[in-house]
Ligand binder design. Sequence first.
Ligand SMILES: Cc1ncc(COP(=O)(O)O)c(C=O)c1O
Length: 278
Amino acid sequence: MSVIGPVLIDGRPVDAEDAVISIFDIGFQRGYGCFEAMRSYDGSIFRLEPHLDRLELSASKLRLPTPDRESISSWCRSAAETAGEGVVRVFVSGGIDARVPGTDSRVVVLADAVGPGSLPMTVQSRTAPWHTDGDWSELTGAKALSYGFNLAASVAAQGNGFGDALLIGGSGHVLEGPTFSIGWMSQGVFHTPGLEIGILESITRAAVIEVAGRIGISVTEGLYELEDVMNADEVFAMSTVREVLSIVQVDDREFPVGPGTERLQRGFTALVDEELHR
Ligand SMILES: Cc1ncc(COP(=O)(O)O)c(C=O)c1O
């Protein structure tokens, strides 16, 4: 991570090298806590409110108290202003008592540099038996800190020469990537797995669905299998960090960088510019 400016711990600015929280925190010990990643463009955050809504939802699923919304919002806006172009990350730790989550919990806000524009990516499909695949748990839909399974899937796919993983549920449904949502174009229609499967309610995915409506691309959300992706004309990832990014290979099947994806990319950029008055 390449931190820009100070790290805010409960709103208090600290130099990045001095930014520490307790090793007794269950965020560290058990991955108990939640987080958000938001994109700052020219110092303004795209869809700040939905990100804060999701942070509060995640925290409530974990029964963690959060500081008042205006405080967290101002910390995020200040990190964005310092960064200009960057990714503003917020972490709410679980605190130091597993029996009473939230005890001495810490809120950490920092800005991370965005890398150079991402190149089209390749993914390897991998079964994700830990995923609820439509069978909901207490934390379904929460952006909880416990991303070990997702990260291990990325690392395994990378070990096999792919850029990342595409997660397939235990019942065979296409879910999402470890850190992105998935979409594809089939005969001019944009398909993406429905939220009822228990994937993260991605803010970029929602924005891209809006964009599709504006530019006249039909959208279908539903339950899909890997074969549906393999039969697609174009495939793409959606996330705060990647925005809309072409996927040019799934397993041994190659895909072009297609016109539908390019229209959605342009529409997404226009939406960001419009909302942030750029
Ligand atoms: C599992 C997962 N799905 C989807 C996404 C995309 O969500 P968003 O568009 O809100 O960044 C993320 C983002 O990190 C994620 O971790």
